[in-house]
Design a binder for this molecule. Sequence first.
Ligand code: COA
Length: 327
Amino acid sequence: MKRARIVGTGMAVPDKILTNADLEKIVDTTDEWIVSRTGIRERRIASEGESLFDFALAAAERALEMAGIAGSEVDLVICATFSSDLVFPTTSARIQAAIGASGAAAFDLSAACTGFIYGLGIADRFLRTDGARTALVLGGELLSRFTDWTDRDTCVLFGDGAGAALLRAEDDAGHGLLDVRMHCDGSLGDLIRLPACDNRKSPSLGELEADRSFIKMRGNETFKIAVRSLAEVSDEVLKDAGIAHEEVNWFIPHQANRRIIDAVGRRLEIRDGHTYVNIDRYGNTSAASVPIALDELNRAGKLAKGDIVLCAAFGGGLVWGAGLLRW
Ligand code: COA
């Protein structure tokens, strides 16, 4: 039996830092409110001329380099994003060409903040059943391009960046992805929305300009659902794998809100110091948050062989999911 193992990780974020003090000058907010309600201190924002492709490619190259694998060996490229530079060619198709993965299948995947987990789930199935040997899974967003900088409810939350994981199908030695679960409740879709262009009608130019599309979120209503869903899906993968909560070496949750992360960690009884948090430095980078965190942990040498790593994410759709691995 084959199992998918992560053999390389990478990340890339813009150099430009936007602090809470910077935001105090743009909207009616305070550093104190943002830190106490979200845990965010600063976020990275792409400059004019930078694109999602730039960051996704840098993350992909770092993952390939870490693994010592050539781009030409990649059989499948998945990029989880809802902020691709172009509708098509997709970001994944452009990455496929740039790394020289000729012949590889490539597609973008839209599952909001849970996109990377969905990507892992799909790559896992490809690698175990399709004969594909190597898959590159990316999560990346330039949320700053879809942020209403006059709306204090949302503009303090988001940041830009990309992360990548390179997966290899290996003979099962118990290491690698143990399980990935994906869920959705489309009936709650109105809680977080990015309409982009509403293609159900032909918009006039005036409408298009007036309705430049921004992320809208009913944050308070989403909060409790996020905590419950993240805890439930994490419970589900642990239980089915027969792994006790206290055996988790690293819990890597989607970084949407420090209070959500802490509440889920408490419910799951994750040991103190075993939950990875970087929301203070990057804010919510949607599909990029889990792979960025994974790469930071990996490069800091904090992942030891055999460690149990639990990743979980939640976002607009509503979609949520969890991936469990033995490193
Ligand atoms: N600065 C200062 N005050 C702000 C503010 C800001 N940036 N944003 C909102 N407020 C105000 C509100 O206007 C409100 O004021 P009022 O009481 O006078 O009406 C008050 O703060 C409380 O607002 P509320 O929305 O209830 O805050 P909250 O504690 O729920 O925090 C979020 C808001 C968005 C941080 C939080 O709800 C959240 O993180 N939700 C979940 C997000 C999530 O998981 N999304 C899915 C993945 S993307």
